[in-house]
Design a binder for this molecule. Structure first.
Ligand SMILES: Nc1ncnc2c1ncn2[C@@H]1O[C@H](COP(=O)(O)OP(=O)(O)O)[C@@H](O)[C@H]1O
Ligand SMILES: [Mg+2]
Length: 323
């Protein structure tokens, strides 16, 4: 146990500490631990126990990216609360929360069945069909069911500011002063629309798929905000993959169609497009660059984003058209 200034006692979660930690919490009597790769904002360890597999996740105070990026680890409390709320709405689509330890910023979750993969991995392999529609339906349900939510834990925008507004929007404004006013206009609209509970990290990396089912993960940035943010976030990932794979994306239209037909929030296409422009630019010139793009693909992404924010692209359809 070490101490992190301001955040109290600190068990540093890793492969060696995970099992003694869970035993100490009274959750298991024995197990074997394995580090799960993939997260930049947390340490995630899978533990196999006689009673099955669990996942232990500790929020890090400093994110694992090239640039300095600090984020309050108390976001694990947001994750625990959002997991419970959304598991209650769609129990088959979200892992159940087994434990939350606010002193150590740790959540313990039910683990996905063996063999499930991230949708990101499937998309990068050129697969991942049949998932987008399900995601649109789930998101519509969450947004509708949480419309008007007014819980202090979720209306506090500290986490969203630290993890999205500053590293994505503000950082690209610094790199591209010419479109800074356009980004400000998008931010003004976004911050003026506290519609519902927004996931905040609704990306293919946070979707696990297997056995014809899917789970959504990673609720640390959940907040009451603009429903369009979740749509734009997923769309930005799908457009990046189109650019990377060099062939038309077949997932964004089924996603949007399912969101609409499942009764999601109304979509303001111009605003959604503006958010998409900001998020695309953030994935090349912000603090969390997409690792799979090469230099020509990064440049293509940058040009597409600047065309959106500069007003040369005015519809989603144009944004998706191959150039
Ligand atoms: N309940 C779970 N079952 C199986 N794998 C999981 C589970 N939770 C997380 N993972 C794996 O760990 C990765 C990182 O977890 P995530 O919650 O997304 O953390 P981060 O905030 O660091 O991205 C996920 O992409 C997934 O591969
Ligand atoms: Mg994640």
């Amino acid at each position: 146990v070490t101490s992190t200034p301001g955040y109290g006692p600190w068990v540093q979660l890793d492969v060696a500490t995970a099992v003694p930690y869970l035993v100490g919490r009274g959750l298991i009597t024995a197990g074997t631990a394995q580090l799960l790769e993939g997260g930049v904002s947390a340490t995630v360890v899978a533990v196999d126990t006689p009673g099955g597999r669990v996942v232990v996740k500790q929020a890090l105070p400093q994110l694992r990216v090239a640039q300095t990026w600090l984020a309050d680890p108390r976001r694990s409390g947001v994750e625990a609360a959002a997991l419970q709320l959304l598991h209650g709405l769609t129990p088959g689509q979200v892992p159940s929360l087994i434990d939350h330890d606010p002193d150590n910023h740790i959540v313990v979750l039910e683990a996905a069945p063996a063999g499930w993969r991230t949708w990101k991995a499937e998309l990068l392999d050129g697969g991942g069909d049949g998932v987008a529609g399900g995601l649109g339906t789930i998101l519509a349900h969450w947004h509708r069911a949480t419309a008007g939510l007014d819980e202090p834990r979720f209306t506090d925008l500290t986490g969203f500011t630290e993890q999205r507004i500053d590293p994505y929007f503000r950082t690209v404004q610094g790199v591209h002063p010419s479109i800074a006013p356009a980004v400000d206009r998008v931010l003004d609209v976004m911050l003026g629309r506290p519609d519902c509970l927004v996931h905040g990290d609704f990306s293919p990396k946070n979707v696990l798929v297997g056995d014809g089912r899917l789970w959504v993960l990673d609720f640390e940035i959940a907040h009451v905000g603009d429903s369009a943010f979740d749509l734009a976030f997923l769309l930005s990932h799908l457009l990046l993959k189109q650019i990377h794979l060099g062939r038309p994306d077949e997932h964004h239209l089924p996603f949007l169609d399912a969101y609409r037909s499942a009764g999601g929030m109304p979509i303001d296409e111009r605003h959604l497009l503006g958010l998409l422009g900001c998020l695309l630019l953030a994935r090349v010139d912000g603090k969390s660059p997409a690792e799979y793009l090469n230099e020509p693909q990064r440049d293509q992404t940058r040009q597409r984003a600047l065309a959106i924010l500069g007003g040369d692209i005015t519809t989603l359809e144009q944004a998706w058209r191959q150039t």
